[in-house]
Design a binder for this molecule. Structure first.
Ligand SMILES: [Zn+2]
Length: 229
């Protein structure tokens, strides 16, 4: 009997293709993922300094966020966040074990992926539609982040405020894979969430900057140069 290829495998072959087109290094073992509850996902985003305005209200630095966590937990925003689904990448360097001293689930994950630099986390769900979207688009998005960071193309190394560049480049690459670069403006127009509107805005910048960079090496060198600026 022929087995259906796993969604994760199909994403890996897309990443491989991307790596080839942009002269990036690729290793299948870099890419792992795990499921966490929506609550764990929200709390991790909050504490790791995710720039979503929902969280930024409670502080811009990790220290301020930690100080305001009970206020956040008691808020209507937190309850709203619990309905969202999605993913994130947790980089091991930033994953300070002590922070999760009382959360054995996250500690277990930490130990399970001890040898990995980064883990993509996805929100657990029973809903077929959510799961399909997570496995098709969200996991690819999170793994593109890992691919770029492994190749040292990471704008936020200069500071958290450069996140729109990392997200924009990620969105550009996903659209590149989907042959969808002509529709970025349309997606930006249809996007209601302000933070994600920015993703498209920056994807357009990358598309325009990379327009005349034809060869894979030329593209890679240009991106490396930009991220070092
Ligand atoms: Zn992202």
């Amino acid at each position: 009997m022929k087995r259906m290829p796993l969604a994760a495998d199909s994403i890996k072959s897309q990443l491989k293709k991307l790596a080839k087109e942009f002269a990036l290094k690729y290793k299948g073992e870099w890419f792992v993922y795990a499921w966490v509850s929506k609550r764990e996902n929200v709390l991790l985003e909050y504490i790791m300094g995710c720039p979503d305005p929902v969280y930024s209200k409670y502080g811009l630095t990790e220290k301020q966020r930690a100080k305001n966590i009970s206020k956040f937990l008691a808020s209507a925003e937190f309850r709203k966040c619990l309905k969202r689904y999605g993913g994130q990448v947790v980089y091991k360097k930033e994953w300070n074990k002590r922070r999760f001293g009382d959360n054995s689930k996250l500690l277990k994950l930490y130990n399970k992926f001890k040898k990995k630099d980064a883990i993509a986390l996805l929100t657990m769900t029973n809903k077929k539609k959510e799961k399909g979207y997570l496995m098709k688009y969200i996991l690819r998005h999170e793994w593109i982040h890992i691919l770029l960071k492994k190749n040292n193309i990471y704008f936020q190394k200069k500071g958290r405020k450069y996140w729109p560049y990392d997200e924009g480049l990620n969105e550009y690459m996903a659209s590149f894979l989907d042959n969808d670069l002509a529709n970025l403006e349309k997606h930006m127009k249809n996007e209601k969430y302000p933070m994600e509107k920015k993703y498209w805005e920056y994807a357009i910048k990358f598309r325009d900057l990379l327009k005349n960079k034809k060869g894979s090496l030329e593209r890679k060198n240009f991106l490396s140069y930009l991220s070092r600026l």
